[in-house]
Design a protein around this ligand. Structure first.
Ligand code: AHM
Ligand code: MG
Length: 323
C-alpha cells in the first residue's frame, strides 16, 4: 500500500537528500527533473511555437525524428552535462553515447533515456513521456562509453515523467517507488506518494491487438483467454501513459515480438529496462517471455526487446504461454 502525502509539502530535492539519502545520485535525478520541466514547457507551447511535426532526418532506429524529440534530447544532454557525477549519456535519439567525463573526473553514473517517448502523439494532444535509467559507471576511464552496456538489474534508479493532464515524475530506487507532481506555479516537483505498490489482481490487458495475426500462437491463446474471462482492454499507444496506468490500476502492458518485428518495437535500454525496474520495485514484474527483462545482457545499445510488464500474476500468465 502506498502512503499518500496530504499534510506535508516536500520538494523532490529535499526528499531525495533528506529522506532517501541518495547522495550524488540525487544530483543526477534533479538534473533529469530539470530537463523534464523544460520539456514540459516546450510540449505545452508546441503548437504556438510551431515545433510539432517531423524534421528532415531519421534517427539511428530508422524512425523519422520529430522536432520535439531533438529538442528534448538536447535539453536532457545540457542538464546532465552540468551534473558533475554523470559520466555518459546515451539516448534513443543519438547513435553513440555522449561521454561527458570519466571516472577519474567523478563520472560515477551512466544515464540512458528516451527523452520523448510517443512523440508522434503530440499533434493529437495525447500524453507523452520521458523515460530514464541510471546505471553505475563500472568502466575504467578509457572505455567510459561501454558503461552503458549493462543488464537492467544493475540500475540504481529509473523512472519516467508523464506529460499528461498533470506532469508526474515516478522514480524507482532501492527504496521503492515514489511519485511527484509538478506544481506549475512553483516550478517544483512535489512528493505526492511514497512506496507505490501495484495492485496484484486486476483483469486489464494493454496491447495493440490490431497486430493479432502477427503474434505467436501462445499470445493469441492468451488473448482468447482474456476475451472469455471478463477482462477490460486499455491501450493508449503511448508507453509511459500505458505503463503508468498499469502501475496504478494493475493488469499487464504487452508490446510483443511480431512476425514483422521479431524482437518487438521497444528498446531494451531506454524503455524495457527502466519500466521493468519500476514495476519490480512496486511489487510487479517485467518479462520478455522466456526470461526477466532485467537479466537480459545487452549486446547493442539500441537493441529492441519484447516487453511484458505489470502485475506479477498477469505477467506470468502471458510469459508462460509465449516462453
Ligand atoms: P517511439 O519511441 O518511437 O515514440 O515509439 C514508442 C511508442 C510507445 O510509446 C508505444 O507503446 C508504442 O510506440 C506504440 O506502438 P504501436 O503504434 O505499434 O502500438
Ligand atoms: Mg521514443
Amino acid at each position: 500500500m502506498s502512503k499518500v502525502m496530504t499534510e506535508n509539502l516536500t520538494t523532490l530535492g529535499v526528499h531525495l537528500r533528506n529522506d532517501r539519502q541518495l547522495g550524488d545520485l540525487a544530483d543526477v535525478i534533479e538534473a533529469i527533473a530539470l530537463a523534464t520541466k523544460a520539456i514540459a514547457a516546450k510540449i505545452q507551447r508546441a503548437r504556438i511555437d510551431d515545433v510539432i511535426g517531423a524534421i528532415d532526418n531519421v534517427n539511428v532506429q530508422g524512425e523519422v525524428q520529430q522536432k520535439l524529440d531533438v529538442l528534448s534530447d538536447e535539453l536532457v544532454l545540457r542538464c546532465l552535462r552540468a551534473c558533475p557525477s554523470v559520466a555518459v549519456y546515451a539516448s534513443e535519439e543519438q547513435e553513440a553515447p555522449a561521454v561527458l567525463r570519466d571516472q577519474s573526473q567523478g563520472g560515477a553514473y551512466a544515464v540512458l533515456s528516451d527523452p520523448l517517448d510517443g512523440s508522434s502523439n503530440i499533434d493529437v494532444a495525447v500524453s507523452v513521456g520521458t523515460i530514464f535509467s541510471v546505471l553505475p559507471n563500472d568502466q575504467p576511464d578509457a572505455s567510459t562509453a561501454d558503461a552503458v552496456l549493462q543488464p537492467g538489474r544493475n540500475q540504481v534508479a529509473a523512472g519516467y515523467v508523464l506529460y499528461g493532464s498533470s506532469v508526474l515524475l515516478v522514480l524507482a530506487t532501492k527504496h521503492g517507488v515514489d511519485m511527484y507532481v509538478l506544481d506549475p506555479s512553483l516550478g517544483e516537483f512535489l512528493l505526492v506518494a511514497t512506496g507505490l505498490s501495484m495492485p496484484t489482481e486486476k483483469k486489464i490487458y494493454s496491447i495493440n491487438e490490431a497486430y493479432l495475426n502477427d503474434f505467436d500462437a501462445g499470445l493469441q491463446g492468451y488473448l482468447e483467454y482474456v476475451h472469455g474471462n471478463g477482462y477490460g482492454a486499455r491501450y493508449i499507444g503511448s508507453m509511459v501513459a500505458d505503463v503508468h496506468r498499469t502501475l496504478l490500476k494493475g493488469g499487464v502492458f504487452i508490446y510483443p515480438a511480431t512476425t514483422k518485428a521479431p524482437k518487438g518495437k521497444l528498446r531494451l535500454m531506454y524503455e524495457g529496462n527502466p519500466m521493468a525496474y519500476v514495476m519490480e520495485q512496486a511489487g510487479g514484474a517485467g518479462s520478455i517471455g522466456a526470461s526477466r527483462i532485467l537479466d537480459v545482457m545487452p549486446e547493442q545499445l539500441h537493441e529492441r526487446t519484447p516487453v511484458i510488464v505489470g502485475s506479477t500474476l498477469e505477467v506470468e500468465q502471458v510469459s508462460k504461454r509465449i516462453a
